[in-house]
Write a protein that binds this ligand. Sequence first.
Ligand SMILES: CC(=O)CC(=O)SCCNC(=O)CCNC(=O)[C@H](O)C(C)(C)COP(=O)(O)OP(=O)(O)OC[C@H]1O[C@@H](n2cnc3c(N)ncnc32)[C@H](O)[C@@H]1OP(=O)(O)O
Ligand SMILES: NC(=O)C1=CN([C@@H]2O[C@H](COP(=O)(O)OP(=O)(O)OC[C@H]3O[C@@H](n4cnc5c(N)ncnc54)[C@H](OP(=O)(O)O)[C@@H]3O)[C@@H](O)[C@H]2O)C=CC1
Length: 293
Amino acid sequence: MTVAIKKVGVIGSGQMGNGIAHVAALAGFDVVLNDVSGDRLKSALATINGNLTRQVAKKAISESDRKQALDRIASAESLDALADCDLVIETAIEKEETKRKIFHEVCAVLKPEAIVATNSSSISITRLAASTDRPEKFIGIHFMNPVPAMELVELIRGIATDDMTFDTAKAFVAKLGKQVAVSEDFPAFIVNRILLPMINEAIYTLYEGVGNVEAIDAAMKLGAHHPMGPLELADFIGLDTCLSIMQVLHEGLADSKYRPCPLLVKYVEAGWLGRKSQRGFYDYRGDKPIPTR
Ligand SMILES: CC(=O)CC(=O)SCCNC(=O)CCNC(=O)[C@H](O)C(C)(C)COP(=O)(O)OP(=O)(O)OC[C@H]1O[C@@H](n2cnc3c(N)ncnc32)[C@H](O)[C@@H]1OP(=O)(O)O
Ligand SMILES: NC(=O)C1=CN([C@@H]2O[C@H](COP(=O)(O)OP(=O)(O)OC[C@H]3O[C@@H](n4cnc5c(N)ncnc54)[C@H](OP(=O)(O)O)[C@@H]3O)[C@@H](O)[C@H]2O)C=CC1
């Protein structure tokens, strides 16, 4: 049994929120995109339009698909605008305290039958569910970046998630044209349990001077056929998000093999968060990315 989903709320209009709003609107859902910052929302809509336009240029969608998708996305600075959503997907920063606060506020305005999901990369779904008034209607729907291009979505049930919520989330992902991988609720789930230690190891390789940024990325692109080098990918994901995921792995699994590399910590402390702040393992302020080490 599934619940009918017509209107989807997306909380957080960063790179993932943009992508989720984009694919949901293109699949015919009405979307309300929320963020604490009005400027963020404006630039989010411009980014979505840019990505849709690229798809039109590639003939993946028509001009009328682009227009209709954009028309289906409303933006709102207040969570009150999400009151009549059937499904809400939280995709604000990877900080448990921020997410808990959002769930507390949004659950107060949602209808009781609405499903609440998080796009968290790593945090316990069971623990986040416990901060809501509806643990049985709470689930992890974990998209990959960039959302319009990646085929996979991980689904993670918390201990209390009921079958109706799981089946509804599965049907929703299928409607977006994406494949599901089901993960148990353990730190960082499947993709990031494997991917982030690889990225962290690449940063240790840089930290220990085994290779420079260029050599490490070239090694993994040309030597292992990865589409992006691990440091380029870390910048793409966001170094703050990478660090948060490593911290969740380190604390959650209590194993020193997940120790975040001190160089990753230093970049985040400097505010060098990767592409989103224009500087990370590469400097993106010029015509082409320049390695920072
Ligand atoms: C951290 C987490 O919690 C989980 C994660 O997401 S981990 C990160 C997972 N993602 C990856 O590993 C990405 C690795 N990189 C890649 O796969 C590729 O480099 C890439 C898909 C990003 C770009 O591929 P490419 O061949 O260089 O680019 P290009 O041919 O221009 O684009 C391919 C598609 O991606 C889309 N795309 C590329 N960049 C995009 C962006 N920033 N936003 C939206 N769409 C984008 C393009 O529109 C295109 O879509 P269509 O196939 O529908 O036309
Ligand atoms: N980056 C990635 O590759 C992936 C990330 N994820 C997960 O998705 C989530 C978002 O990541 P990403 O999009 O990269 O992050 P970004 O930093 O790009 O975006 C986060 C957005 O959330 C906003 N925000 C912060 N606090 C609130 C709040 N209280 N209410 C509403 N919006 C808020 C931020 O606004 P402001 O900047 O003004 O603070 C920002 O616009 C994280 O949980 C992350 O782990 C999942 C898969 C892949």
